[in-house]
Design a protein around this ligand. Structure first.
Ligand code: UDP
Ligand code: MG
Length: 325
């Protein structure tokens, strides 16, 4: 790792994960750059090309020819947004780092407010969405359920409605970079590192071009990753359930003994037998599955593979590289 350069005035980095966003690069930069100029700090924009299959990288390359403060890190394949953010943090050089989406759902003008709060002394300034009306009811329902589960079982508190759109001070960035976990749940990591944080409300805008890359399946995995990374309750549930079931079975055994003593024995009982066998084998498979999920995560961590593989670097981002590849 290179040491920090002592800079006269603080510097702002904006990192933007992009996956097949070629149509958004132009509109985004023409709205973002004037905002950065207005703020007046030296700035850089680092795109993390997360294995785009369209000409996103070419669009960034063209842009970087006219604007040298634009750089890019391009992955060798799609690693997912969470990993792209991690790579952005590895390459950003600013004293404050802003993370934002490429599709203009995160209004660039908000960065001014972020920087203002940062200057007031906050290490973490997050955009807090005030309404989720752009999302379907089911998605909102599941999001709500997730936040409730997380609040109940997670080790940390997630601010409601806060996503990846945020500004992080250099010292927060350095801590985040130390957290090398593979199944990354950034929202949880932001909260885990602590520091003084504050929210700035904003309204999520319509996606400009292209479609959202989140399928229901992906979101479900993401939610499970989040819970599994910050809670061991799913593992422990089975202990309590085991106790409960053992207790019930002792009670049932007692009931049968008493009944046999009082009324003798009779043959019926097959339906209850089948039902209880099915019930308990279901529970056993489920608990094994949960344990398997955690074992799988342990396996992914102990392999110690690098988080991402860089295929190409463009512009300023090429200068700093703390990765081996
Ligand atoms: N993204 C990415 N890798 C992926 C999926 C998405 O880098 O595998 C980027 C995408 O280009 C965008 C941001 O993450 O800049 C948010 O993605 P999207 O708009 O699809 O998510 P949503 O806004 O629907 O949550
Ligand atoms: Mg989006």
């Amino acid at each position: 790792m290179k040491g920090f350069k002592v800079v006269a005035s603080p510097k702002l980095s904006v990192i933007i994960p992009v996956h097949n966003e070629s149509a958004n690069i132009g509109p985004l930069s023409s709205r973002l750059f004037p905002v950065l100029e207005r703020i007046g700090l030296p700035w850089e924009v680092i795109f993390v090309d997360d294995g785009s299959r369209d000409d996103t990288l070419e669009a960034i390359r063209t842009l970087s020819l006219t604007e040298p403060r634009v750089g890019a890190v391009s992955f060798s394949r799609n690693f997912g947004k969470e990993i792209a953010i991690a790579a952005g943090l590895d390459h950003a050089r600013g004293d404050a780092v802003v993370i934002m989406d490429a599709d203009l759902q995160h209004p660039p003008e908000m960065i001014e407010a972020f920087v203002e709060r940062w200057r007031e002394g906050y290490d973490m300034v997050y955009g807090q969405r005030t309404d989720r009306s752009d999302e379907t009811r089911t998605k909102r329902g599941f999001a709500h359920l997730f936040y409730r589960l997380f609040a109940r079982f997670g080790e940390i508190t997630l601010p409601e409605g806060a996503g990846d759109f945020r500004l992080i001070d250099r010292r927060g960035v350095e801590v985040l970079r130390l957290l090398g976990e593979k199944a990354r749940f950034s929202k949880g990591l932001y909260a885990w590192i602590g520091f003084k944080g504050t929210g700035v409300p904003f309204v999520v805008e319509e996606r400009q071009f292209g479609a959202s890359k989140w399928s229901f399946r992906k979101l479900f995995r993401f939610a499970f990753d989040g819970i599994a990374a910050f809670s061991t309750v799913p593992l422990r549930i089975w202990t309590y359930l085991g106790f409960l079931i053992s207790f019930l079975s002792i009670a049932t055994a007692f009931f049968f003994v008493v009944r046999t003593l009082l009324f003798g024995t009779d043959l019926p009982g097959f339906p209850s037998l089948i039902v209880s066998i099915m019930f308990f084998s279901g529970i056993q498979l489920m608990s094994l599955g949960i344990i398997g999920e955690y074992v799988g995560r342990i396996f992914a961590e102990v392999k110690r593979r690098p988080l991402y593989v860089v295929a190409e670097r463009i512009g300023g981002a090429a200068e700093v590289s703390n990765q081996l590849v």
